[in-house]
Ligand binder design. Structure first.
Ligand SMILES: *[C@@H]1O[C@H](CO)[C@@H](O)[C@H](O)[C@H]1NC(C)=O
Length: 215
């Protein structure tokens, strides 16, 4: 009986993990037709006879991006939206530029694990395990170092140097999604009622209003 429950628990846990990730393709490829009115899980497929090399191609990740913004970083995503050949393949990539001491603020990808390689500079990276531990796992990375952020966990990076830093991140979804914690909590539209946030963060409502005004 107990073993049965255990098995059931394991099965349902497996099932949840499976549903949160991209499915395997059912054909060689399914190049996205971004303008198709057909709604499917992912994007509709272009006629395979009409695909070209450029459908599997993106250029520009060598370019330094502008990091003059409030956080001092810029993400250049290459997902199925930018590279149609990624549709149904369950992977994507991004370049992240960091100004000196710039951060990529705490965020999660609801559908992807992320493996990050430092191309230039030095980054402090970290992620936090789920409740009840909320354990911060953090490390300083140098050029050539690789670090993985497990699917769904809140993570961040900070440029540790006085020069620019660059990283390349690969993700286990064609459309990983991003939930930036501060923007979601304090910058939602319409706002989450301030008394809810005041209780959640254990601060005065006027502090909540101050936070909300920044986003
Ligand atoms: C970078 O972005 C800032 C803010 O949007 C802008 O003022 C500045 O001109 C940009 N710099 C370059 C080199 O494009």
């Amino acid at each position: 009986m107990a073993a049965g429950f255990l098995l059931l628990g394991l099965l349902s846990a497996t099932c949840i993990v499976t549903l949160a990730s991209d499915h395997s393709p059912l054909q060689d490829f399914c190049v996205a037709v971004t303008k198709s009115p057909v709604m499917v899980n992912g994007l509709a497929c272009k006629d395979p006879k009409l695909v070209q090399a450029n459908d599997f191609f993106f250029s520009g990740l060598h370019l330094t991006r502008n990091t003059s913004n409030a956080v001092g970083s810029r993400v250049t995503p290459v997902t199925a939206a930018q590279l149609p050949g990624l549709n149904t393949l369950g992977i994507s990539i991004a370049r992240i530029d960091y100004a000196p001491w710039g951060i990529n603020p705490p965020h999660t990808h609801p559908r992807a694990s992320e493996i990050l390689t430092v191309i230039d500079g030095s980054l402090q990276v970290g992620f936090v395990t789920s409740n009840p531990e909320n354990h911060l796992i953090t490390k300083v990375l140098e050029k050539g170092d690789v670090f993985v952020f497990p699917e769904g966990l809140v993570h961040f990076q900070r440029n540790m140097g006085s020069g620019n830093a660059v990283a390349i991140a690969a993700l286990s979804s064609q459309n990983p999604g991003v939930i930036t914690i501060a923007n979601a909590v304090f910058g939602s539209n319409p706002s989450i009622p301030s008394d809810i946030l005041a209780k959640a963060f254990q601060v005065d409502k006027n502090i909540v209003s101050q936070m909300q005004s920044k986003f």
